[in-house]
Each structure stands twice: as C-alpha cells, then as structure tokens.
Write a protein that binds this ligand. Sequence first.
Ligand SMILES: Nc1ncnc2c1ncn2[C@@H]1O[C@H](COP(=O)(O)OP(=O)(O)O)[C@@H](O)[C@H]1O
Ligand SMILES: [Mg+2]
Length: 307
Amino acid sequence: MGGAWERGRILDGRYQLIEPLAKGGMGMVWRAEHISLRTPVAIKRLEPRRSGRADRLRFRREARTTARIRHPRVVEVMDYSGGPEPYLVLEYLRGETVGARMDRPRPMSRWTIVDLIDQCAEGLEVIHRAGVVHRDLKPENLFFCETGGGDQLKILDFGVAHDGRLSLVPPSPNTVVGTSVYLPPEVLAGEPQTHPRGDLWSLAVIAFECVTGVVPFAGTTPSDVYDSYVLQRAEPRLDDGLHLSASLLAFFERAFAKDVLLRPASPRLFAGAFRQAVAGATRWDRVRPRHSTAPPTKPHWPRSTCS
Ligand SMILES: Nc1ncnc2c1ncn2[C@@H]1O[C@H](COP(=O)(O)OP(=O)(O)O)[C@@H](O)[C@H]1O
Ligand SMILES: [Mg+2]
C-alpha cells in the first residue's frame, strides 16, 4: 500500500497526481500526468471504504464496460489498476459538466440544449447497441469538452451501468441505484428488467431541466419521487409562471410515458422529436436558476395556458 493520495504521489511508477478534480459517489477523481508520455490523464480512485470485494468487482466492471464502448461521445478508458488501491485512468477532459453549466446564471440557449441532446443521443445509440444501459444519466455525468470548434459532449460514469455481456449477477430487486430525480418509474418501483428506454426517461428529465431550470418530478428519496409519479400520474411538475409551448408539452408528455413502450423508440428518434418540439416552440420561458430554494407551488399541468 502506498499511503495517502496527495499531490505529487506517483502511482505504479507511471502516473503522478497533480490535483483533485471532483468528488463523486465512488471516490475522488484526480488530474494526473502520465510520467513518460507527459500527457494529462484523469484518475478515478475507488474510495478505500468501498474497497470490499463487491465494490472492487463492480469497479472492474465499470472499467471493462467503458473500455468496450469506444466512441467520441463516451469518455475513453486508458488503463485500469486492480491492485490494493484500484483506480481507473481516463482521458483527461477539459471543460465542465452539464451540471456545472446549468448552475451558471446565464441559461443555455435553445440550440445549445438541442445540440446537447443530439450529442447525448448519438452516444446513447452506440451504448445501447453494445447491449449496455447506462442507468445513471444526469447532468454531473455529462461533460462539455472544450474544443476549438464548439463543445463536444461526452458521457461519463458507467458505475451502475447494466452490461448485457458482463452482468453475471442480476441486480437485486430491492436496490435502487442511480440518482432519484433522474430515474424512471420502473426503476424506482424495483422492476428487475433494465430497459434502454429508461435512459431516455433520464434524458427527458435532463432536457426538461435545461429548458425550465427545474426538475420535473420532486423528491429527495426514491420513494418520494415514486410517490410524485404516482400521485401526479407521471405528469411533470410545472410551477406557476412556467408555460411551455404546446409542442414541448406534447414532447415531454410522451417522453414521460410510464409505459416504456410509449416513449420514443430510440435515442435518435428522441433527439429528432426534441429538435422538432423546440423548433415549434413559440415561447421560451425559464422560471428560475437551477437549485433555487423557492418552494415548488402546487403541481399542475397548465394545458390551457400553453401557447
Ligand atoms: N475524464 C475526466 N476528466 C475530467 N473530469 C472528470 C473525468 N471523469 C470524471 N470527471 C469529474 O469527476 C466527477 C465524478 O466522476 P464520475 O465518473 O461521475 O464518478 P462517480 O462514479 O464517483 O460519480 C464528474 O462529475 C466530473 O466532474
Ligand atoms: Mg458520476
């Protein structure tokens, strides 16, 4: 064992830690340097308190699944160490997560949002074709990379992905993995089957949040969020003062169908329908910044006020 992870530490004679970048659910992500190549890399460490056998196996599955999907819209894995301190070496991304972008006061333009959804759908097509369901799509797991010619989106974090080729152990029916407000009702209800259109539900939550600044379904625990689906019959929470155009309401109504088969059939179709809905939107209101502390007003579905 090599002691604490701190700036300057060298891992396996190959990578030197430079600075912590972000703390996720599984551990810290560091900016580091590949010593002989002198290139930047990102190193995701499995937190020591999560280094029991099950977590280590899960972490190795994350590495293998991510490595299997090689595509410009998916973060690239460069190396994996399964030693006493497991870590994953990823291409280093410059830029910010979609979550960080949403936190800035200036809202994204409608065409930035359309582009984000298009790029995400492009990645999801490849992911789903590889027999993988991501299961944890959320703004913190999407990264806008700075490039010379416009932002390139990358999908991160296959930590709870379902990989049809690797999953030997079926997910436990009583365990809900992922972040509640982005999870589809079938996952919150503990259904054992993992459906790729679950990822499209999460993408719809992200699209809704980009457009309005609020998440469509409230709740802090899985059961709160599930209650909000059941009590509101899966209709998005719309606050007073937020009026979505009819084309967007129709899009979200379909994307938030409780029956998975009524949702858009593929990421590509999802993105096409979203683009059309945005093009048809006659008004574009954003109620308030993300994470605003203002309490939500009574949920309703103001069809009569749509324009
Ligand atoms: N390759 C990378 N380059 C730069 N930052 C990254 C990279 N991978 C992850 N991050 C940052 O670290 C955060 C956590 O990474 P993630 O893979 O989502 O871990 P967790 O499973 O712990 O959520 C991300 O939200 C992002 O801010
Ligand atoms: Mg994450």
